[in-house]
Design a protein around this ligand. Structure first.
Ligand SMILES: C[S@@+](CC[C@H](N)C(=O)[O-])C[C@H]1O[C@@H](n2cnc3c(N)ncnc32)[C@H](O)[C@@H]1O
Length: 292
């Protein structure tokens, strides 16, 4: 299996955001371009060019309306959720399906935290190689290769010395939509079992209406087709109306949930940007209520 292309796409979208003027960007991810290869690396170079840099996001949104602003806003929303969790005293974090997430290096608030990253080995190998190339400190993070569909996440996290006596922040960003319902269930069960009281799970999901056709989102067709075309089809979604009950049944209490469209109105408007994130892409946080 090759490294995740959708994870690289996320890095490109973060690189595009980083190329924006400081006054209007929602975050800066200086490592994002290091994770890109082939045409995506070329695209990242173009967005740093003075004139093209300004039109590139608009062109990107014309071809694929929705993903870029949603990726940008979910990144910032989750950055803020991490700040809040660390502020509440959590000092260990597990990033499930981390892809090319660079928070362990770019967020000051995580400098003293223990961070464990989980992903398939091909994607992790590409990430570690890229980090070494730019001399980023790789040893500050534990990289643990796990496939959520086939591998033993619980043993892997125990072997990585997750401290199950202390609360942890689990982040599962941009991943549930690529899994089977069984793998989502099983992963939630492991998170619950390894969580001390006070542990939190922040995760994203796509509206199940996209997959079963019960809700029409104008941006959905192209988005769904483009991920399927690169071999990473969406296979799982949730109806936001059912989320509280779904989590309740699995030992989690929903803390908050919102679409990237709603979060986008809050984050983009003050910067004067007209970016429109998608209603179908959602972010949620839940508290583990039944620690094992
Ligand atoms: C869209 S990327 C998101 C990456 C990162 N969390 C982010 O938001 O930038 C999806 C990630 O999920 C990982 N993934 C998908 N299916 C997986 C599986 N069965 N086991 C482990 N990781 C998986 C991919 O390798 C990829 O890194």
């Amino acid at each position: 299996m090759r490294p995740s292309f959708t994870a690289q796409t996320m890095a490109l979208q973060r690189a595009m955001e980083t190329a924006r003027p400081e006054r209007s960007r929602l975050f800066s991810d200086p490592l994002a371009t290091a994770f890109l290869s082939g045409p995506l690396r070329g695209a990242a170079a173009l967005v740093r060019a003075p004139l093209l840099g300004r039109v590139a996001p608009r062109l990107y949104d014309l071809i694929w309306p929705g993903p870029r602003p949603s990726a940008v806003v979910r990144t910032r929303l989750i950055d803020d959720a991490i700040e809040a969790a660390v502020g509440d005293g959590i000092d260990q974090m597990v990033i499930l399906g981390a892809g090319f997430d660079s928070r362990a290096w770019r967020l000051d608030t995580l400098r003293r935290a223990r961070v464990i990253e989980i992903d398939r080995d091909e994607t992790q190998a590409m990430k570690v190689e890229a980090l070494r190339r730019v001399h980023a400190p790789v040893d500050s993070v534990r990289f643990v290769p796990v496939d959520f569909e086939h591998d033993d996440l619980e043993s892997a996290l125990r072997a990585a010395e997750l401290d199950t006596a202390k609360p942890a922040l689990f982040l599962w960003e941009g991943v549930t939509n690529y899994l089977t319902a069984e793998a989502v269930d099983h992963t939630l069960e492991i998170v619950r079992r390894l969580s001390a009281p006070g542990s939190t799970l922040v995760f994203t999901f796509v509206h199940s209406g996209v997959l079963d056709g019960t809700v029409k989102f104008p941006e959905a067709d192209r988005w769904v087709r483009s991920v399927a075309k690169v071999g990473e089809p969406w296979t799982f979604g949730l109806n936001p109306a059912d989320l509280r009950g779904y989590l309740d049944d699995r030992g989690f209490e929903l803390l908050w949930e919102e679409s990237t469209a709603a979060a986008g109105r809050r984050y983009f408007a003050p910067t004067g940007r007209a970016d429109r994130a998608s209603e179908l892409y959602r972010v949620a946080a839940a508290r583990v209520v039944c620690p094992g």
